[in-house]
Design a protein around this ligand. Structure first.
Ligand code: SAH
Ligand code: SF4
Ligand code: F3S
Length: 442
């Protein structure tokens, strides 16, 4: 019998997307059916993000919308889960019409929380855990294409980058049993998936201790890569301080480990990196990039950057621009600094760069990155790539799209192949985000 219809909106990073899949699995076992319609739902959850203030602002707006749905159907339970739930705890119950609050480590208790939540009797569990990895739970996949699945390999974060709220919302770092990771990879492969992305805030510090032998991230990569040569392996995020030569060499050793590294730099200035507590220097970062390019020619490289961190001078900003120029990333996630309450930076430094300056600097980085992306993509013209087809392209039903190993999106006319096939394409031209290709006969 159905316990009710469950609707979940997901915000923030891929780890949250994967957590939503875990929640569907946990509540699904209790008879909750997934719905994609808010109006139809008996339980509405928002799986939230706190990383920047505007992420939270969006969610406040959604809570208003949920409450409109509740007006029409007063029995609806509205719940806030994830990072914002963890950050704001009881405050979410006090001021806003929310029936349930659950932090990222409390999802196993959701069946009880949902059952007990009644208007006027809100439920909350924001306990963080040192052990919870949801390792034994098989996520209910919510991706649309059935080709590419995300697998969490660890939770939490032990770094204390001074601007970042994640260690407070996700708790201490813990790694998941590698056997459960491999089992999940085998499971999705047997169901037709052709790509897994291993997720963690700092994948290079993955470590599993056991009597059969310890498993570090490079060893885990080998284990997952050996599930099948037909299963592509990706991972995110790598920390410049921790990405090891062993990992880079393991990538080189397996054709099916995709040649793409997301390596957030955050700033090109040593003064800023120090204040951000990033544990590496500009020089170290550039030397890691050089190593990657030496061992993995053609490897895709993407990054994250923050403009206008506390005390950032014009020179610091220029250092970021010159680093971007020097590395020429394929693409970047670019943000201006948003102070997060409770973080080291909020306690120690003044958020003293005015919004106009932050915006101007961010726009300068975005403009430069636009040119670099175009250069990087156009540099692929004439090359051939093996592409995993994800489905029809956004623009045309006569075209398919899929990624090359280096993560660049390829689009090509094709009426024969389908999602999940591997094809070989040749690049004819490029925009700053897409390679326009033709099929090459195998
Ligand atoms: N664990 C990953 C990143 C997690 S958060 C890493 O270490 O790289 C994703 C990105 O959000 C970060 O890389 C950073 O660029 C950005 N970010 C985090 N906190 C921020 C803040 N307070 N203001 C602006 N951007 C922030
Ligand atoms: Fe945040 Fe730093 Fe941890 Fe990434 S490594 S989640 S930026 S504290
Ligand atoms: Fe946001 Fe939490 Fe991810 S703060 S970026 S959802 S870990």
């Amino acid at each position: 019998m159905s316990a009710g219809k469950l609707y979940i909106e997901t915000y923030g990073c891929q780890m949250n997307v994967n957590d939503t899949e875990v929640i569907f699995s946990i509540l699904g076992k209790e008879g909750y059916e997934r719905t994609e319609s808010m109006e139809e739902a008996d339980v509405i959850l928002a799986n939230t993000c706190s990383v920047r203030d505007n992420a939270e602002q969006r969610i406040w707006g959604r809570i208003e919308q949920f409450n409109l749905a509740k007006k029409a159907k007063p029995s609806v339970i509205i719940g806030i889960v994830g990072c914002m739930a963890e950050r704001l705890k009881e405050d979410l119950l006090d001021s806003h019409k929310v029936d349930l609050v659950a932090g990222p480590d409390a999802y196993r208790t959701l069946p009880e929380l949902v059952a007990a939540a009644k208007p006027g009797n809100p439920q909350i569990n924001v306990m963080l855990s040192r052990e919870e990895t949801y390792g034994d739970i098989t996520p209910v996949r919510i991706d649309k294409n059935g080709v590419s699945a995300f697998i969490s390999i660890m939770r939490g974060c032990n770094n204390v980058c001074s601007y970042c709220v994640v260690p407070y919302t996700r708790g201490a770092e813990r790694s998941r049993d590698p056997h459960t990771i491999v089992r999940e990879a085998c499971d999705v492969f047997s169901r037709g998936y052709k790509e897994v992305t291993l997720l963690g805030q700092n994948v290079d510090s993955y470590f599993w201790k056991s009597e059969e032998g310890n498993v570090n991230f490079a060893a885990l990569l080998r284990m997952v890569a050996e599930v099948s040569p037909e299963l592509r392996v990706r991972f995110s995020t790598s920390n410049p301080q921790d990405i090891s030569d062993e990992v880079i060499e393991t990538m080189a050793a397996y054709e099916n480990i995709c040649k793409h590294i997301h390596l957030p730099v955050q700033s090109g200035s040593d003064v800023m990196l120090e204040k951000m507590r990033r544990r590496y220097s500009r020089e170290w970062y550039l030397s890691r990039v050089a190593k990657i390019r030496e061992v993995l020619p053609g490897c895709g490289l993407t990054t994250d950057v923050i403009a206008g961190f506390c005390g950032e001078t014009e020179q610091d900003h220029q250092d970021t621009l010159s680093l971007f120029e020097e590395v020429c990333f394929d693409s970047a996630f670019m943000f201006y600094y948003s102070e997060r309450p409770g973080t080291l930076a909020a306690k120690k430094y003044k958020d003293d760069i005015d919004i106009e300056t932050k915006t101007r600097r961010l726009n300068e980085i975005i403009a430069l990155q636009g040119k670099c992306s175009l250069k990087s993509y156009q540099g692929e013209v004439g090359k051939t790539f093996k592409v995993l087809v994800e489905g029809p392209s956004k623009k045309s039903a006569d075209e398919l799209c899929g990624r090359a190993s280096n993560n660049k999106m390829c689009v090509f006319p094709d009426k024969v192949h389908k999602a999940g096939d591997y094809v070989t394409v040749k690049v004819l031209s490029a925009t700053s985000a897409t390679l326009l290709c033709e099929l090459v006969e195998a």
